[in-house]
Design a protein around this ligand. Structure first.
Ligand SMILES: [Zn+2]
Length: 85
């Protein structure tokens, strides 16, 4: 049995979540590669403005999936609201 893991692309500078791929069928394109994601959202972090570049193997982390409260959408929005100036 194949167990799918969600894939999360984060800004390497501020850890802003750029894209979350939670399951197959989430959208019609499947999991974007980093270069496809950059083509889609642009090459700068929308949160801190850092120029995004393609990850090297050292940048890729594989961690067991745990549902954390800190990863819910509402907490992301709350933290964005909190940091708004
Ligand atoms: Zn950033």
């Amino acid at each position: 049995m194949v167990k799918l893991m969600p894939v999360i692309y984060k800004c390497s500078s501020c850890s802003y979540i750029l894209y979350e791929f939670l399951k197959v069928g989430q959208d019609s394109y499947g999991l974007p590669t980093p270069s496809e994601l950059i083509a889609k959202i642009g090459d700068h972090c929308p949160n801190c403005g850092k120029k995004l570049k393609l990850p090297t193997l050292e940048n890729i982390k594989i961690t067991p999936y745990r549902v954390k409260k800190s990863l819910t959408l509402s907490s992301i929005y709350n933290s964005r609201n909190y940091s708004r100036i």
